[in-house]
Ligand binder design. Structure first.
Ligand code: HEC
Length: 104
């Protein structure tokens, strides 16, 4: 009985972790429709020009940029960025897309 309980707790935990990381493909789609006006969003691409905000690749390369950091950023009103309202799952997806660049 205890073993079964433990197994189900572990399954739930791994499910929650997968959800927390979001879906990078969905994040790319969201970024393409909402962020390309200002940001270079493709892997390996750096800034469009010095006047433009950092590219997602540049952002991903920074050590402090973690899922938590991005999630906090997405929920904080930003002076220059339009107030794009993202749902929690959209935040996770975009964070997963950006953070995926760290691993490649
Ligand atoms: C209207 C232009 C604009 C759009 C659209 C925009 N951004 Fe930004 N973003 C900026 C600017 C400008 C900065 C740089 C702000 C600064 O350094 O103070 C920035 C910075 C950032 C940063 C880094 C913040 C930091 O502290 O370094 C992240 C992450 C980010 N944007 C994500 C996004 C995402 C995700 C989207 C799409 C959902 C998006 N942005 C859409 C203008 C924009």
């Amino acid at each position: 009985m205890r073993l079964v309980l433990l197994a189900s707790v572990m399954l739930t935990a791994s499910g929650a972790l997968a959800q927390e990381l979001g879906d990078p493909a969905a994040g790319q789609w969201l970024a393409q429709s909402w962020c390309t006006e200002c940001h270079q969003i493709a892997y390996g691409r750096t800034e469009i020009s010095v006047l433009k905000p950092p590219s997602f690749y540049t952002i991903a390369a920074r050590t402090e940029v973690t899922p938590l950091w991005l999630n906090t950023f997405f929920q904080t009103p930003h002076p220059v960025m339009p107030n794009i309202i993202l749902t929690p799952s959209q935040r996770d997806d975009i964070a997963a897309y950006i953070l995926d660049m760290k691993r490649r």
